[in-house]
Design a protein around this ligand. Structure first.
Ligand SMILES: Nc1nc2c(ncn2[C@@H]2O[C@H](COP(=O)(O)OP(=O)(O)OP(=O)(O)O)[C@@H](O)[C@H]2O)c(=O)[nH]1
Ligand SMILES: [Mg+2]
Length: 440
């Protein structure tokens, strides 16, 4: 039997109301020992009453009792809505602990919902994404995961591999069944080809979804004084980084954030890159180079000064990275090349740069209206499955025997199940019997 757990569901700060949550088999019994009214243990109810510590009234609350399995965790659960004073909610939690509950660990309510089959693993993960979403689009994607739409994307692969695997097993183990389709080279090839194409599409969409979910890191680099800090300030529309006409003003990385077409852009203004004998500036320059290497996209800034060795150095540093080249101080330039991108950070004329970022990252809003498999874990598994499928396809073409291939097919099937957390009760016999009426 699982213990009853308790935790504060709202932030541990003073506010109008707080919610204390309990879940577990003894939950109604434990709450009855400190609630002023009787809790009906047979159905879900909302009750107004008092939290009591012996006879002392601790707070006037509303208690929501959810009869399992019709609750978030699938177990009997209670939410107590109390007044939002830390003294009150801490006291209520203490009383619950005293009466037999145990403090929940991080994510334990969600993990119980998963264990009780209320959520699959993709849905469980999306709860965190939903809470941490920083843009409306990120929230929308998380919600699509929570309602199960994302998990459904896995179904076609799961069905195809499950069918193939069962068919192979039946062919091997029950050769006497003549009415069962024979698994041959073509059948395996056809299944691999179809799924390789499908998974590649999922990964492509997932990479876009990942950008929405996690945001994107953009580093602004260039030689000193070209206006990097001014560009950061203009993009985030705030006077955050110090700007001056002294070369080497920025030494440490300055971070800013703004939302572009629903995507959180994490901007990093860096120290101007040049040869320097100033020890501290040198540290800053090394940090710039590291940031440049870690970023998803680089904005390389040049100005109206003569193109020199320092600019040359910047170009060589970014050449293998995703980058946008921008000419700042357009207000000082008379001759402009129509193939170049110009901005004037001083005059806050930077829309062309925003457009270039949107184009470079393909941040169109239509990308975000569909569910996508976008967490690092999920995408990692899919990429792994894709590699295995490509291997099985090659082996199959090279006439590797079907029983050898079946081991790889089984492993990729298990990986697909692990995406949604169903791998723990995988049973090949169950799979076969669920698909064929073998030995009815
Ligand atoms: N005319 C003009 N001046 C600009 C523009 N953008 C920046 N500046 C000026 O250029 C100088 C340097 O700007 P910063 O933004 O500090 O340059 P930086 O690249 O961050 O310089 P470091 O931090 O030293 O590497 C300041 O005097 C700015 O006011 C612009 O678009 N037009
Ligand atoms: Mg600067």
């Amino acid at each position: 039997m699982l213990e009853t757990i308790v935790a504060l569901a709202t932030p541990p700060i003073r506010s109008a109301l707080a919610i204390i949550r309990l879940s577990g088999e003894d939950c109604f019994k434990i709450c009855s020992s400190f609630f002023s009214k009787k809790i009906n243990v047979d159905k879900s109810t909302i009750i107004h009453g008092y939290i009591l510590d012996n006879d002392e009234k601790i707070d006037e609350v509303v208690l929501l009792a959810y009869k399992g399995p019709k609750s978030f965790t699938g177990e009997d659960s209670v939410e107590i809505i109390s007044h939002g004073s830390p003294i009150i909610f801490n006291q209520i939690i203490e009383i619950a602990l005293k009466n037999g509950a145990r403090l929940a660990s991080g994510g334990e309510f969600t993990s119980r919902a998963y264990m009780n089959g209320k959520l699959d693993l993709i849905q469980a993960e999306s709860i965190n994404d939903l809470i941490n979403a920083e843009s409306k689009e990120a929230k929308k994607i998380a919600l699509m995961s929570l309602d199960g739409s994302t998990s459904k994307l896995i179904d076609p692969i799961k069905n195809d591999l499950g069918d193939l695997l069962s068919l192979i097993e039946v062919n091997i183990d029950y050769p006497e069944y003549e009415d069962i389709e024979e698994v041959n080279k073509e059948k395996i090839n056809e299944t691999m080809n179809k799924n390789i194409k499908y998974i590649k599409e999922l990964i492509k969409n997932g990479d876009k979804g990942k950008i929405i979910r996690d945001g994107i890191n953009v580093a602004i680099v260039g030689k000193p004084n070209v206006g990097k800090s001014s560009i950061l300030n203009a993009l985030i529309d705030e006077d955050k980084a110090i700007v001056s006409n002294i070369k080497g003003t920025t030494r440490d990385i300055v971070e800013g954030k703004f939302i572009l077409n629903g995507v959180v852009i994490n901007l990093f203004d860096t120290a101007g890159i040049r040869e320097s004998d100033d020890f501290i500036e040198e540290i800053g320059i090394n940090k710039s180079i590291k940031k440049l290497n870690d970023a998803d996209l680089i904005i390389a800034v040049f100005d109206n000064s003569n193109f020199d060795e320092e600019d040359e150095e910047i170009l060589s540093l970014i050449k293998n990275k995703h980058h946008i080249i921008v000419k700042n101080k357009a207000d000082l330039m008379n001759n402009k090349d129509k193939n170049e991108l110009y901005v004037s950070a001083l005059n806050k004329e930077i829309d062309s740069l925003k457009k270039a970022i949107i184009n470079e990252l393909n941040l169109s809003k239509e990308n975000y209206s569909n569910p996508s498999i976008s967490s690092v874990r999920e995408l990692g598994i899919l990429k792994n499955v894709l590699e295995m499928m490509e291997k099985v396809k090659r082996d199959n073409e090279n006439d590797v025997s079907i029983d050898l291939l079946s081991a790889d097919i089984k492993n990729m099937y298990l990986l697909i199940l692990s995406l949604i957390g169903e791998d723990h009760d995988f049973d090949i016999a169950k799979e076969i019997f669920s698909r064929f009426c073998v030995g009815k």
